[in-house]
Write a protein that binds this ligand. Structure first.
Ligand code: FAD
Length: 345
């Protein structure tokens, strides 16, 4: 049982909007922990378009998705946020009152937080793996079927079957091959959408007899769930064959789903969370929603809107976290107290 982490605010989602919220909260002396289901920071910017330029971030005529995330990380450095990656916020329990909210929040990795406010900056919801359309696959998940590699060592000495033709499939093929007892890659055609260098490395390993590659698609699983013994594969001509394996890693891309947030008892509007436009608070006092996940009249799903929403939410959160302190409006350009917090001036 893990210890409970006490903090002022938990931010669900480490996309651009969640990151900037750390800055706005930090200026008001509010500490934050961030949780993200992905193994890396940056939400859609880092996951979907790291190298594409964005042209409508105020003050940046052009910045790439990853460039924006790198800058945000630099900007929030003075506030020392703690990140919990590879974890999905699963459940929320209300402990406080409407006037003095407090929440217990639990992740799927068992981390427990006790906090005074929650900021949902979950974008389009949680990125979840697209699953192969195979009957009973759920029964094998967690042991015989995995959708992400959390620890390479967990694959040592195992017969691993990677399925897919994109960057994740090829990267993990090359990275797991040295530890696996036998690594097999299967893709439906002999053409890959991954970095050419990685594809070349994979082909060299196949040519050297150090791993196998098959053309085909998953048709079924064989074993005593959750233990996997083999994958039944189908060729284009309809014939089938078996690939003995202990672990199947299908990399079919990610899709976005609201996920467990849908069960938190908040008012929802078609997978989005309605908020007011004064403080961006949800139907539950103390739970805020900013960025792509929220909805209100006139909402634009732009990064700059999310930044504004975080600034206003922080003002209300200050009241919950520091009820006895008066909040005075200050500019970073001229306030020596804000500059002290930022470690400048
Ligand atoms: P996201 O970036 O979606 O981040 C949300 C994070 O929350 C994700 O990392 C997710 O894993 C995590 N999460 C969700 N649920 C949970 C949970 N239960 N537990 C833990 N973590 C969770 N916008 C612009 O302003 N200008 C542009 O030019 C522009 N170009 C774009 C181009 C493309 C191709 C795409 C796809 C989008 C573009 N956008 C652009 C939109 C912009 O990326 C989004 O508005 C922005 O990413 C929203 O930020 P966010 O922080 O609200 O959410």
């Amino acid at each position: 049982m893990s210890e409970t982490i006490e903090t002022d605010v938990v931010i669900v989602g480490a996309g651009p909007v969640g990151l900037f919220a750390v800055f706005e909260l930090g200026l008001l002396d509010i500490k934050a922990h961030l949780v993200d289901i992905l193994p890396k920071i940056g939400g859609q910017c880092a996951e979907l378009y790291p190298e594409k330029p964005i042209y409508d971030i105020p003050g940046f005529p052009t910045v790439t998705g990853q460039g924006l995330i790198d800058n945000l990380m630099k900007q929030i450095e003075p506030f020392g946020p703690t990140f919990h990656l590879n974890e999905m916020v699963a459940a929320v329990e209300t402990l406080g009152t409407h006037e003095a909210p407090r929440f217990k929040l639990t992740t799927d990795a068992g981390t427990v937080f006790d906090c005074k406010a929650i900021v949902i900056a979950a974008g389009g919801g949680s990125f979840q793996p697209k699953k192969p359309p195979v009957p009973d696959i759920e029964a094998y998940e967690g042991e015989g079927v995995l959708y992400a590699v959390r620890r390479i060592e967990a694959f040592r000495g195992k017969r691993v079957l990677v399925v897919g033709g994109g960057d994740s499939a090829l990267d993990w093929t090359v990275n797991l091959q040295p530890v696996a007892e036998r690594l097999t890659l299967m893709h439906r055609r002999d053409a890959f959408r991954a970095a050419p260098d990685t594809v070349n490395k994979m082909r060299a390993l196949v040519a050297a007899g150090e791993m196998d590659m098959h053309l085909g698609q998953i048709q079924g699983l064989k074993g005593t769930a959750p233990k996997l013994e083999a994958v039944i594969a189908r060729r284009d001509d309809g014939s089938t064959f078996e690939i003995p394996c202990d672990v199947l890693l299908p990399f079919f891309g990610l899709t976005m789903k609201l996920g467990p947030i849908a069960d938190w008892g908040l008012n929802l509007d078609e997978q989005l969370i309605p908020v007011d436009t004064e403080k961006f608070e949800t139907s539950t006092p103390g739970i805020f929603a900013i960025g792509d996940i929220n909805t209100y009249p006139g909402k634009l799903k732009l990064i700059l809107s999310g930044f504004h929403e975080g600034a206003l939410a922080a003002q209300r959160i200050h009241r919950y976290v520091h009820p006895d302190k008066r909040l005075t409006f200050q500019y970073t350009t001229s306030s020596s107290s804000l500059q002290k917090k930022l470690g400048v001036g």
